[in-house]
Write a protein that binds this ligand. Structure first.
Ligand code: FES
Length: 131
């Protein structure tokens, strides 16, 4: 079997695993503070964010992979209803307008969605812990 041309520990999911809504949670890293994020399809690209709302620090979803408004247009924080643009992560309504989700740069290679080279996963995980 040929060696993968990328670090498999940075793989978020297969691109084909993005369901009909095009969004899912992911966890990267080990230990007590792995990076917990979400990946969302936006047109022909994907965006990733730390799964932590800038309002009160809660995860956006209460149920597995439930991150979208009913029409699928925006990301929704289930705690207090903040709404975020999928493309930018900016809050457009709710209790934290003008703030934004923390981006996790992603790339797609060979059908896999992965955290982009050069991204410090540990630092993003640490941010999740202390922010
Ligand atoms: S924690 Fe997300 S809207 Fe309050």
């Amino acid at each position: 079997m040929p060696a993968a041309d990328f670090d498999v520990e940075r793989v978020v999911c297969r691109e084909s695993e993005l369901g009909s809504g095009g969004v899912r949670a992911f966890t990267i890293g080990a230990g007590d503070w792995p990076l917990r994020g979400l990946v969302v399809r936006v047109g022909a690209t994907v965006r990733g964010y730390v799964n932590r709302c800038p309002h009160a620090g809660h995860p956006l979803n209460l149920l597995p992979d439930r991150f979208l408004t009913p029409d699928g247009a925006l990301l929704l924080c289930s705690s207090h209803g903040a709404l975020f643009e999928k493309l930018t992560g900016y809050c457009v309504a709710g209790p934290c307008p003008g703030r934004a989700l923390t981006p996790v740069p992603l790339e797609v290679r060979s059908g896999f969605v992965m955290v982009a080279d050069g991204v410090d996963v540990a630092a993003l995980s640490e941010w999740e812990k202390i922010a």
